[in-house]
Write a protein that binds this ligand. Structure first.
Ligand SMILES: Cc1cc2nc3c(=O)[nH]c(=O)nc-3n(C[C@H](O)[C@H](O)[C@H](O)COP(=O)(O)O)c2cc1C
Length: 358
């Protein structure tokens, strides 16, 4: 008897098991267009219950990193269709993670005419890789006008429609890890004095309006969100009201009927731990499904599911390196180690060539 490997549902969506492939940026989409190699990569991993794709931009302005895919053009939407077909053929469901990078960007990675946008004109500390000039400090973003806020929300809604057209079962709003939605939530990156800044009600307004727009575009059962309370990635320091803010946000998301909240815990990657009290508070405040992630192995996944701490468990690095992770975990087999050097490099090496069990 295994909760992890049993059939389950996410809302009314049937899943072949409770294991989720976490979103993993792999930078194989040259020209920001998904391709056959990506379809092969996702199909190899489709013995999980649910795949959440790598962060995918809803807008030319959101393409902060080199070679990440988008979902705002006809060509991109067409490029995603073979991915969803290949994944569905193996029995998994697939959500697209909508990631607008906001200020975690360099202008060299953006197409002509696009702009690095953020709630306020405050650059994120640190550097990022560009294909044309190597490592560069993050671009100082433009503070979004109300018109740009409205246009960006509309881009999220259209991107969600495009994802559904491409065969996706839903979308996950990337509200974690220092990208645009989190840049609005956090007071260090959001210094606005209008109705999008200041109190948590104001700082969360952009996220909630984006969620509402996406829900009216594709339906609430098809919308989840990823959040990283206590996450510090991409220059996002912890601040005193953090736990209260995220508990309030979870209540608001619950009232809007989102299918799930997906919590990030990067303590296994060296980040400060997410207090258990936060996970429990969000579990209590949100009536949809809860996905937990970060450093899971089969034993811990099974035990957190059995304890009712979450409904599904997501894994990143283990499934990156082990396309047949479900079979390996079921058999208690040894795992391939992830090769950090090929996480973001172009081509099949370290992408589609991890061996499956013979
Ligand atoms: C190569 C790589 C790329 C990642 N890309 C994303 C991403 O696009 N979106 C996201 O929300 N998280 C991303 N993450 C974080 C993972 O989804 C996950 O939270 C993290 O790897 C911790 O889980 P794990 O211990 O099972 O690997 C990435 C992690 C890695 C290692």
């Amino acid at each position: 008897m295994s909760l992890l490997f049993d059939k389950a549902t996410l809302g009314s969506l049937p899943l072949q098991n409770r294991l989720v492939m976490a979103p993993l940026t792999r930078s194989r989409a040259s020209g920001n267009i998904p391709n056959e190699l990506m379809a092969q990569y996702y199909a190899q991993r489709a013995s999980v219950g649910l795949i959440i794709t790598e962060g995918t931009s809803p807008s030319p302005n959101g393409l902060g990193y080199a070679r990440i895919p988008g979902v705002f053009s006809v060509e991109q939407t067409a490029g995603w269709t073979p991915v969803t077909k290949a994944v569905h053929a193996q029995g998994a469901k697939i959500f697209m993670q909508l990631m607008h990078c906001g200020r975690v960007a360099h202008e060299f990675n953006l197409p002509a005419g696009a702009h690095v946008l953020a709630p306020s004109a405050v650059a994120a500390a640190g550097e990022m890789f560009t294909d044309s000039a190597g490592m560069k400090p993050h671009t100082v973003p433009l503070a979004m006008t109300e018109a740009q806020i409205r246009a960006t929300i509309e881009e999220f809604a259209q991107a969600a429609k495009n994802a559904v057209t491409a065969g996706f079962d839903g979308v996950e709003l990337h509200g974690a890890n220092g990208y645009l939605l989190e840049q609005f939530i956090r007071p260090n990156s959001n210094r606005r004095t209008d109705r999008y800044g200041g109190s948590i009600e104001n700082r969360a307004r952009f996220v909630l309006e984006a969620a509402e727009a996406v829900i009216s575009a594709v339906g609430k059962e098809k919308v989840g969100i990823r959040l990283s309370p206590f996450g510090v990635f991409n220059d996002m320091p912890v601040y005193p009201e953090m736990e209260a803010d995220y508990t309030w946000l979870a209540q608001q998301l619950s009232a809007r009927g989102l299918a799930y909240i997906h919590l990030v815990d990067h303590s296994p990657m060296g980040a400060p731990p997410v207090p258990d009290s936060v996970k429990t508070a969000i579990r209590g405040a949100f009536k949809g499904a809860l996905i937990l992630s970060g450093g899971y192995d089969a034993v811990r996944a099974e035990s957190d599911l059995a304890a009712g701490k979450c409904d599904l468990v997501a894994v990143g690095r283990p499934i990156l390196a082990n396309p047949d992770l479900v079979a390996r975990w079921k058999a208690g087999a040894a795992l391939n180690a992830p090769d950090f050097g090929t996480f973001y490099t172009p081509g099949p090496k370290g992408y589609t060539d991890y061996p499956a069990l013979g």
